[in-house]
Write a protein that binds this ligand. Structure first.
Ligand code: AMP
Ligand code: ZN
Length: 497
């Protein structure tokens, strides 16, 4: 299977031709959420970016195993090696079990992703479900001499690692000598510092203090895994020591992904992912949307229009469209004007798709539909350039409207091709569903289930020989425009003309 796709590899800083390790299979790992609070729209952007990648790889014919983890332990406050576990802290504040917190926000995350029509990953492993494997990896790294144990905690020895592999800092562009000297670690508190041989070192296993509730027995005493370790462990377990693509938000490059690469190299014969892809941030007035920034809003607030920053509600498909209008490596600033334009664009696209089945073909085409399709695919092949692909699609929308208004022609062959290809691409690669149609389907489903209930109640009345009630039901339904039909197979219903 020869690839036409080029992706920007953050590890080499270059756009590279994507070659799968063992085509047609592709292993994709994406860092999932830490489930201690609701996901905000910024988080969603990153997950939608990788949904687009997953969908496009499948569209190209690859068989993708998409692993996206759930971080349910080990992620400490401030992303550092000290402080409380984010989940345990929330559990303490709300007087709940940590696993209640995990359950609540995992379910919430999945619901939001479903509303946004993101495909579920093939595997969604959790950190707490892989403690045994994490302890195993700590042992392996210790055995190589690239980690050391102090007082029940195990730290990764960055200086020693870098001496051997010469690649610590390559992904994030950090200068390892500065890290070793302590730069970039200003936020760190002094607690635990003395245990480290070097400020650049990071914990792969932490001793649990007496009041730390999420704890497991290990060869080094009771403790918990370091945050970066779970991703090395779970990607290796499900995708192998070397796999195709690792993704995540830009802000995870350091320390999280830098540490992952080091752990993978230290424990295994290979360094993990061959291509690293990073999505850029969603911003509000130029500032990264984040829980700590106080400018985050939830997708549910957006769908309901329930936030002071929102002038109106925006539907999930409008949000998806809005995200597609920016390239994933550019920042995207949230504005009402931007979302309103996205809403208009989305509706215009859906109207054109609705016109497609009814278009009449002519003798020839006034537009090169084959070139159009090639242009859309070329844009996607160019590191998922969705805004350029959308621009081509809008040229096609204009042409579809012209054919509909009989201002131009389309040949039968082109019409057949585009009737099949365009809705398929919009639905399966862009993940854009027709919300009006969906709402119609939902109403039909509701009506059908209510009618089934009425039919069952009427059948029961007849069994009781309560013909007064059964006739009343039939007559009242006729009054509402619904005709019941009694047949051998039971009763069916249809609308009166
Ligand atoms: P977290 O739950 O904090 O680990 O974040 C989950 C994912 O959301 C990570 O891949 C982050 O990089 C990503 N993320 C966080 N804030 C933003 C933002 N404002 N825009 C885009 N992605 C974000
Ligand atoms: Zn991760």
């Amino acid at each position: 299977m020869s690839s036409t796709l080029y992706v920007y590899n953050s590890y080499t800083g270059q756009k590279e031709k994507f070659e799968a390790l063992t085509p047609p299979f592709v292993g994709l790992y994406v860092c999932g959420p830490t489930v201690y609070s609701d996901v905000h729209l910024g988080n969603c952007r990153t997950f939608l970016t990788f949904d687009l990648l997953y969908r496009y790889l499948r569209f190209l014919g690859y068989k993708v195993r998409y692993v996206r983890n759930i971080t349910d332990a080990g992620h400490l406050e401030n992303d550092a090696d000290e402080g409380e576990d984010k989940i345990a802290k929330k559990a303490r504040l709300e007087k709940l079990e940590p696993m209640e917190i995990v359950q609540r926000y995992t379910v919430g995350f999945r619901n939001v992703m479903r509303l946004l029509n993101a495909l579920p990953p093939s595997i969604e492993p959790t950190a707490t479900g892989h403690i045994v494997e994490q302890i195993e990896m700590v042992k392996q790294i210790l055995a190589t001499g690239l980690a050391y144990e102090v007082n029940g905690s195990v730290y990764f020895d960055v200086e020693k690692y870098h001496e051997k592999y010469k690649n610590y800092g390559k992904l994030s562009g950090r200068i390892v000598e500065e890290l070793i000297a302590g730069a970039g670690n200003e936020k760190r508190t002094l607690e635990g510092q003395d245990e480290k041989r070097n400020p650049a070192d990071f914990a792969i296993w932490k001793k649990a203090s007496p009041n730390h509730i999420m704890r497991w027995v290990s060869p080094w005493g009771e403790g918990f895994p370091g945050w970066h370790l779970e991703c090395s462990v779970m990607s290796t377990k499900y995708l192998g020591e070397e796999f195709d693509i690792h993704g995540g938000g830009m802000d995870l490059k350091f320390p999280h992904h830098e540490a992952e690469i080091a752990q993978n190299n230290a424990c295994c014969s290979k360094g993990g992912a061959r291509y690293w892809m990073h999505g850029n941030m969603l911003t509000v007035n130029g500032k990264r949307m984040g829980k700590s920034e106080g400018n985050a809003f939830l997708p549910e607030q957006l769908f309901a229009g329930d936030h002071p920053l929102l002038e109106q509600p925006y539907s999930p498909m409008t949000v998806r469209f809005f995200m597609l209008q920016a390239h994933y490596r550019s920042t995207l600033d949230f504005t009402n004007a931007g979302l309103q334009a996205a809403e208009k664009g989305y509706k215009r696209l859906m109207s054109a798709l609705n016109l497609l089945p009814g278009l009449k073909s002519g003798n020839s085409s006034d537009f090169d539909w084959d070139a159009f399709r090639a242009d859309v695919l070329a844009a996607m092949d160019d590191d998922l350039n969705s805004p350029v692909a959308l621009a081509h699609i809008f040229e096609a929308v204009k042409r579809i409207n012209s054919v509909h208004e009989q201002k131009e022609q389309i040949s039968a062959a082109h019409l057949e091709m585009i009737q099949q290809w365009l809705p398929d691409f919009v639905q399966n690669v862009f993940g854009l569903l027709n919300e009006e149609e969906q709402q119609g389907n939902e109403q039909a489903r509701l009506l059908d289930s209510a009618m089934q209930l009425i039919i069952d109640l009427r059948a029961e009345a007849r069994l009781r020989k309560d013909f007064g009630t059964s006739d009343l039901i039939r007559d009242r339904l006729i009054g509402s425009g619904i005709q019941l039909k009694d047949g051998k197979e039971g009763t069916t219903w249809e609308k009166n003309d």
